[in-house]
Design a protein around this ligand. Structure first.
Ligand SMILES: Cc1cc2nc3c(=O)[nH]c(=O)nc-3n(C[C@H](O)[C@H](O)[C@H](O)COP(=O)(O)OP(=O)(O)OC[C@H]3O[C@@H](n4cnc5c(N)ncnc54)[C@H](O)[C@@H]3O)c2cc1C
Length: 345
C-alpha cells in the first residue's frame, strides 16, 4: 500500500520499496561461495546448510532487503541439453548482508533427496531409484571459493515495514522457511556491525515478536542456538520450536502427541494466554514461510477462532461452517490481507 492509503488505515503496514530483478536469471551474474556449514541441530537425517555467497562487485551488491529471495542457476545442462532453470532461495541475511555492507548474502538450502516416485503419466511406477534435486544438491556441494551464478532480487511483499516499531509480529516458519526470519530477527534485534553504513541510524525494535518454528524432528530445528540466544537476550522476543513427529512434554509431567505450528497457537488460545491479545491487536502482522499448504491449518484456525484482520474469506464460504471447509476451499477462497505475508513453496 502507498503512504497515502496508510493514513486511511493505520493498521496496514507501509512497506519499503524493494529493488527487483536487478540481475535476470537468463543472464545471471558470477559470484563466489563465501562459506558453507550445516545448520541443523545435531545429527539429522536431513541435510540443510547455511551458505554464504559473496556478491561483492556485482550488480547485486547492496541490492537486497531481508525477506526477498534470489536465484541460483546450477552449472551444467538438463536432460535436454539446455542450461538448468533458475531456482529461488530465500535470503537468510538482514538487508545489510552478513558483512554489514551488502556484499555477502546467505541462504538455507535443503538437499532434496528421495526415492523416485511417478510425477506424471507414463512414469514407471516401479522405478524407486535415488532422486536428487538438481540445484539444492549442487548448491550444497559447493565449497568456499567456488563460482556460483546468481540472479535477483525477487519478491516485494515479504518485507518488514518501513517503521518496524509500529507493529508486533507473529512469525510462522516450517523447515527452511526459517531463512527470512533469521534475517528479520538480526535486523530487528541484533543490528548491523559497528562501522557499517546502517549502524548510524539503526534502532533495536522493542515490539513483541513471537516466532513459532515447526520441524518434523528436534534434530531438524534450524539456527536453533542463535534463536535460543536471541530469546535469552531480548525479553520482547519469544522462540517456540514445535516438533511434529516426536512426543512432547505436556507440561503435567507426561507426554503428548507432537503438533504443527497451528496446533501450538490453538493450544495457546485454549489457555486464554496473551496470544489472544496479540492476534486480536490491530498492530500485529503475521508472516508465514515454508512448506506449501502450511497456511491451510493456520487460516482454518483463525476462522474457527473468529480472529479477523489476517485473512479475507471468499463469499463462496460465507454460509459454510468452518468445520466443513476443505483444504481446497481454504487454498482457493481464503486470501491473506495486507497484514499477513505468505511465502510458501
Ligand atoms: C520464493 C522461494 C523461496 C525458496 N527458498 C528456499 C530456501 O530457502 N531453501 C530451500 O531449500 N528451498 C527453497 N525454495 C525451493 C527451491 O527453489 C527449490 O525448489 C528446491 O531447492 C528444489 O530444487 P532442486 O533443483 O534441488 O530440485 P529439482 O531438481 O527441481 O527437483 C524438484 C522437483 O522434482 C520433482 N520431484 C520431487 N520429488 C521427487 C521424487 N521423489 N521423485 C521424482 N520426482 C520428484 C518435483 O516435480 C519437484 O518439483 C524456495 C522456493 C521459492 C519459490
Amino acid at each position: 500500500m502507498s503512504a497515502a492509503d496508510a493514513v486511511l488505515d493505520p493498521t496496514e503496514p507501509v512497506l519499503p520499496e524493494a529493488k527487483m530483478h536487478v540481475v535476470m536469471p537468463n543472464a545471471p551474474t558470477g559470484a563466489r561461495v563465501h562459506s558453507s556449514r550445516l545448520c541443523t541441530k545435531g545429527k539429522s537425517a536431513a541435510f540443510i546448510r547455511h551458505v554464504e555467497i559473496d556478491v561483492g562487485g556485482t550488480p547485486l551488491e547492496g541490492s537486497f532487503r531481508a525477506g526477498q529471495s534470489f536465484g541460483v542457476v546450477a552449472a551444467g545442462t538438463d536432460a535436454n541439453g539446455k542450461p538448468h532453470k533458475v531456482r529461488l532461495y530465500s535470503l537468510a541475511s538482514p538487508s545489510w548482508g552478513e558483512d554489514g555492507f551488502g556484499r555477502v548474502i546467505a541462504t538455507t538450502p535443503k538437499r532434496v533427496i528421495a526415492e523416485r516416485e511417478p510425477q506424471r503419466e507414463g512414469d514407471d511406477p516401479e522405478d524407486h531409484s535415488l532422486f536428487l534435486g538438481v540445484c539444492s544438491n549442487w548448491l550444497c556441494d559447493r565449497k568456499a571459493g567456488d563460482a556460483i551464478d546468481v540472479s535477483g532480487p525477487n519478491g516485494k511483499r515479504f518485507l518488514l515495514p518501513t517503521d518496524p516499531s509500529k507493529h508486533d509480529y507473529v512469525f510462522l516458519a516450517t523447515g527452511t522457511g526459517i531463512a527470512p526470519f533469521r534475517g528479520f530477527l538480526i535486523e530487528l534485534l541484533v543490528g548491523p556491525p559497528a562501522g557499517s553504513p546502517a549502524a548510524a541510524t539503526w534502532k533495536r525494535c522493542e515490539s513483541r515478536i513471537e516466532l513459532i518454528m515447526g520441524s518434523p524432528y528436534t534434530t531438524d530445528l534450524l539456527y536453533d542456538d542463535l534463536l535460543r540466544d536471541l530469546a535469552k537476550k531480548h525479553p520482547n522476543f519469544h522462540y517456540h520450536p514445535v516438533v511434529s513427529r516426536e512426543m512432547r512434554a505436556d507440561g503435567a509431567g507426561g507426554l503428548a502427541k507432537g503438533e504443527y505450528v497451528h496446533h501450538f497457537i490453538d493450544r495457546q488460545l485454549e489457555k486464554q494466554s496473551d496470544m489472544m491479545d496479540l492476534l486480536h491487536s490491530p498492530r500485529t502482522l503475521m508472516y508465514m514461510c515454508g512448506l506449501a499448504g502450511m497456511q491451510v491449518g493456520v487460516f482454518e484456525m483463525l476462522a474457527r477462532r473468529n480472529i479477523g484482520g489476517f485473512t479475507k474469506i471468499g463469499d463462496e464460504l460465507a454460509g459454510k461452517p468452518v468445520a466443513e471447509w476443505t483444504s481446497d476451499d481454504i487454498k482457493r477462497r481464503v486470501r491473506p490481507t495486507h497484514r499477513c505475508m505468505l511465502e510458501v513453496y
